[in-house]
Design a protein around this ligand. Structure first.
Ligand code: TMP
Length: 211
């Protein structure tokens, strides 16, 4: 049986890492062969593109370069890791995917959504089966993320940028309710983790995956 692609999205300080670990453990506990990956990243070339994309030395690069770099990393990730894993029956859990380009480069940088859709259709046509969006107020997320120390190039953006990112994520979730589950990430981390696991369990039950 072909595997599934599950993606995790959210703004800064949403608790993605904690939830990612919990989801990986849950999928494995339910007998699935899980591959955890991330974007930008997941292959040697894509990780190099990530380093370039987040390097504060390139503050001020144009939005077009940023968008193309995200898709250059993704095109390789899809072909080298995601498609072969799914074909082998593995379940791929990705920390961010194409929705992040709609949110950050579309919402945040103002790149036209049709342009992103065209890139997606050409370079990364694999769609997630399920996407969990960890949503929380920008100020709360930035306060949490700020406690982590040195900011990368994108983390250094201001609150208005992240407000646009959040709105774009929420808009996409509203447009595609069958694929998205929104988790209120303003709650304590234990509650967020439990809510995320409940969504995964419901998805697995619906997919007929054994307990
Ligand atoms: P993260 O690992 O903390 O989520 O960092 C990845 C950063 O890259 C985050 O700021 C979001 C950004 N990003 C984009 O701007 N566009 C994309 O397509 C992806 C996947 C990530």
């Amino acid at each position: 049986m072909k595997g599934r692609l599950i993606t995790l999205e959210g703004g800064e300080g949403a608790g993605k890492s904690t939830v990612l670990t919990a989801l990986r453990e849950r999928l494995a506990a339910r007998g699935l062969d899980v591959v955890v990956t991330r974007e930008p990243g997941g292959t040697p070339f894509s990780e190099a593109a990530r380093a370039l994309m987040l390097d504060p030395a390139y503050r001020g690069i144009c939005a077009e370069s940023e968008l193309l770099l995200a898709f250059a990393a993704r095109a390789q990730h899809v072909r080298e890791l995601i498609v072969p894993a799914l074909a082998a029956g593995r379940w791929v859990l990705s920390d961010r995917y194409t929705d992040a380009s709609y949110a950050y480069q579309g919402g945040g940088r103002g790149q036209p959504l049709e342009r992103i859709a065209a890139l997606e259709a050409w370079a990364a046509p694999v769609q997630p089966d399920l996407t969990l969006l960890l949503d929380l107020p920008v100020a709360q997320g930035l306060a949490r993320a700020g406690a982590r120390g040195a900011a990368d190039r994108i983390e250094s953006e201001g609150a208005e940028f992240f407000e646009r990112v959040r709105s774009a994520y929420r808009e996409r979730a509203a447009q595609q309710p069958a694929r998205f589950r929104i988790v209120d990430a303003s709650q304590p981390v234990d509650v967020v983790r439990t809510a995320a696991i409940a969504h995964i369990d419901a998805f697995l039950d619906a997919a007929g995956v054994g307990a």
